[in-house]
Design a binder for this molecule. Structure first.
Ligand code: GRF
Length: 210
């Protein structure tokens, strides 16, 4: 599939995907001059800035976004630090082909500052979730999760670095699983694995998830 990665910040997940040879055809950033754009350039991937400051209206913004995606024949989308809420039209156009990474074990701590929320709450486990995107905020069907422990006394910086490491390992692997047709979104909105239980388990073992 032709993947677009939508970014808006440091681009470390984009970098992880490109390192894992995910077939990324296009990068779209909603902010100008972010490090993610430099990463796209370094890998020779076409990057477009669709600055959200220049199109304030959410519908108009997504219309422009979809035009760009169409023009580049994009078939699947990975959100990676894209701090905008997609319209229901965009979600419908790519349903089952848009994924997101969220730095918590959803449904706990959705929305902004998930890591900070988990840390302040004092949970002993948090983690990373990769999910299909639906109309809600971080509510889409969960594809895979990686738990991360928070031992007593751990600093927030140390936790942040563990979360990022988990994201960088898990996200490209899940995108590859989608790319290979190992997993998809069923018509009933449930995540369907097209692998036997044993194969999923052995794949997860490779990711140190079991
Ligand atoms: C990640 O922590 C991700 O979970 C969240 O936004 C951050 C993006 O980081 N959705 P990066 O731009 O990929 O470095």
């Amino acid at each position: 599939m032709r993947w677009a990665v939508l970014v808006g910040g440091t681009g470390s997940n984009l970098d992880a995907m490109l390192r894992a040879n995910v077939p990324v055809s296009l990068v779209v950033s909603h902010r100008a001059e972010v490090p993610a754009l430099g990463i796209a350039e370094r890998y020779g991937v076409l990057a477009v800035v669709l600055d959200s400051k220049t199109i304030r209206n959410r519908e108009r913004y997504d219309e422009a976004l979809c035009k760009i995606l169409d023009a580049h024949h994009i078939e699947a989308i990975a959100l990676a630090g894209y701090m905008r809420w997609l319209t229901s039209e965009t979600v419908a156009a790519y349903r089952g082909r848009i994924v997101n990474v969220h730095p918590s074990l959803l449904p706990a701590f959705p929305g902004m500052h998930a890591l900070d929320q988990a840390y302040r709450h004092g949970v002993r486990w948090t983690g990373v979730t990769i999910h299909f995107v639906d109309e809600g905020q971080d509510t889409g069907p969960i594809i895979m999760q990686q738990p991360v422990p928070i031992p007593p006394g751990e600093s927030q910086e140390a936790l942040e670095s563990k979360i990022h490491m988990a994201e960088h390992r898990l996200y490209p692997q899940v995108v590859w699983a989608l790319e290979r047709g190992w997993v998809h979104l069923g018509v009933d909105g449930r995540v369907i694995w097209d692998l036997s239980h044993k194969e999923v388990e052995s794949w997860m073992r490779g990711l140190y998830l079991v």
